[in-house]
Design a binder for this molecule. Structure first.
Ligand code: IMP
Ligand code: MG
Length: 179
C-alpha cells in the first residue's frame, strides 16, 4: 500500500494517482497502441529522464516487433522571449518509420512544440504522442496528445518518473504538492 504523503527535499506531497490506477490506465492505452502499431514495427522514442518509467511500462505491453530509442530534451524558456529546446544524443534514423514519442507530462507544451517539428523534419511515416500526464490549463501551444494517461490540474507533481530537483522519480505513484 503506497503512502498517502511523501516528503521530497523540503516539500510535502499528497497521493494523486495510485500505482494500480496508473497501471490500469496504461493497460487501456496499450490496447489502443497495440491495435494501431502491431504490424508496423514502430519506434518507441522516450524523452529522458521523465518518461523512463511510463515508457518502460508501454513497451513491456507491446506485442509486435518494435525498436526502442531515447532522447534527452532540455527546454530553456526566456531566451529572446521564446523557449528553445536543446536535444542531446544522436537520434536513431526515423525516416519512413512510424514513431511514437513518449513523454512523462505535457505542461506548457513548449518542449514538444519545438521537438515535434524537429522530428517531423526527419520524415517519419507517422509521428504520434503518448504522455502519462497532461495539464490542459497550462498548455500554451497547439498540440495534440494522441495517447493521454490522465488530465490533471495545473499543479506540481512528482513520481512515476517525474522529479522535484532530481528526486522523487522512483515512486510508482503520482503525488501532488500539498496545499
Ligand atoms: P513543458 O512545459 O510542457 O515544456 O514541460 C517541460 C518539462 O517540465 C516536462 O517534460 C517535465 O519534465 C517538466 N515538468 C512539467 N510539469 C512538471 C511537474 O508538475 N512536475 C515535474 N516536472 C514537470
Ligand atoms: Mg519531460
Amino acid at each position: 500500500m503506497a503512502s498517502e504523503k511523501i516528503t521530497v527535499h523540503d516539500k510535502v506531497f499528497d497521493l494523486l494517482l495510485s500505482q494500480s490506477e496508473i497501471e490500469a490506465r496504461i493497460d487501456q492505452l496499450s490496447v489502443l497502441i497495440n491495435e494501431h502499431y502491431r504490424e508496423q514495427c514502430p519506434i518507441f522514442l522516450m524523452v529522458l529522464n521523465g518518461a523512463f518509467m511510463f515508457g518502460t511500462e508501454l513497451v513491456k505491453r507491446f506485442q509486435g516487433p518494435c525498436e526502442v530509442s531515447f532522447l534527452r530534451a532540455k527546454s530553456y524558456v526566456g531566451m529572446a522571449s521564446s523557449g528553445s529546446v536543446q536535444v542531446d544524443g544522436q537520434l536513431s534514423p526515423i525516416k519512413n518509420r512510424p514513431v511514437l514519442l513518449i513523454e512523462d507530462i505535457v505542461d506548457s507544451g513548449t518542449t514538444l512544440a519545438k521537438l515535434m517539428p524537429m522530428l517531423r523534419d526527419e520524415n517519419p511515416i507517422s509521428l504520434r504522442l503518448a504522455s502519462l500526464l497532461f495539464k490542459p490549463a497550462a498548455l500554451q501551444h497547439d498540440l495534440k496528445v494522441d495517447y493521454c494517461g490522465f488530465e490533471i490540474p495545473n499543479r506540481f507533481v512528482v513520481g512515476y518518473g517525474l522529479d522535484y530537483n532530481q528526486l522523487g522519480r522512483n515512486y510508482p505513484a503520482i503525488y501532488v504538492l500539498e496545499g
